[in-house]
Design a protein. Structure first.
Length: 148
């Protein structure tokens, strides 16, 4: 039986290495525990119990660590700080022609119209959302331009 447990530990280890998450590592540890039980010539029932208990204990001990690493927050890039801001159109925005650029925060960004309308250069727009490096904008009315 010790060879069976050794093979099980290796197979669980290989399966763990082949996956992106922690799936089988606890069973590999349990199989190692059962391997030592087989070396001590304990019964198959005791080996199975040791396998289950050691696997569960390994899971219980490492679960808080796994959960802590799983909660990593995305690194902010500050690129989204332009959302909701007013920008000046530097190149006609025409979604059909795939053209358009706006100037905001000291940079020129590729822009598309959020509503699909053509927005001429020189207009003032409000940035609605960001997809990749494109800003989707909405043209401001004359009244809104004076307020902002």
């Amino acid at each position: 039986m010790m060879w069976l447990w050794l093979c099980a530990a290796v197979l669980f280890g290989v399966a763990e290495a082949a996956t992106s998450g922690l799936i089988c590592v606890w069973f590999a540890v349990g199989a190692v525990g059962a391997f030592f039980a087989a070396l001590a010539h304990l019964s198959l029932t005791v080996q199975l119990v040791i396998f289950a208990v050691v696997s569960a204990a390994a899971l219980a001990v490492t679960r808080p660590l796994v959960q802590r690493f799983g909660r990593e927050k995305p690194v902010p890039t500050n690129a989204d700080r332009v959302l909701g801001r007013t920008a000046g159109v530097t190149e006609d925005i025409d979604n059909d022609a795939a053209t358009g650029a706006v100037y905001v925060d000291g940079k020129i960004w590729t822009a598309r119209s959020a509503g699909g309308e053509v927005i001429p250069a020189g207009s003032r727009v409000e940035i609605q959302r960001m997809e990749g490096v494109k800003l989707f904008v909405k043209k401001l009315t004359e009244k809104a331009e004076v307020v902002s």
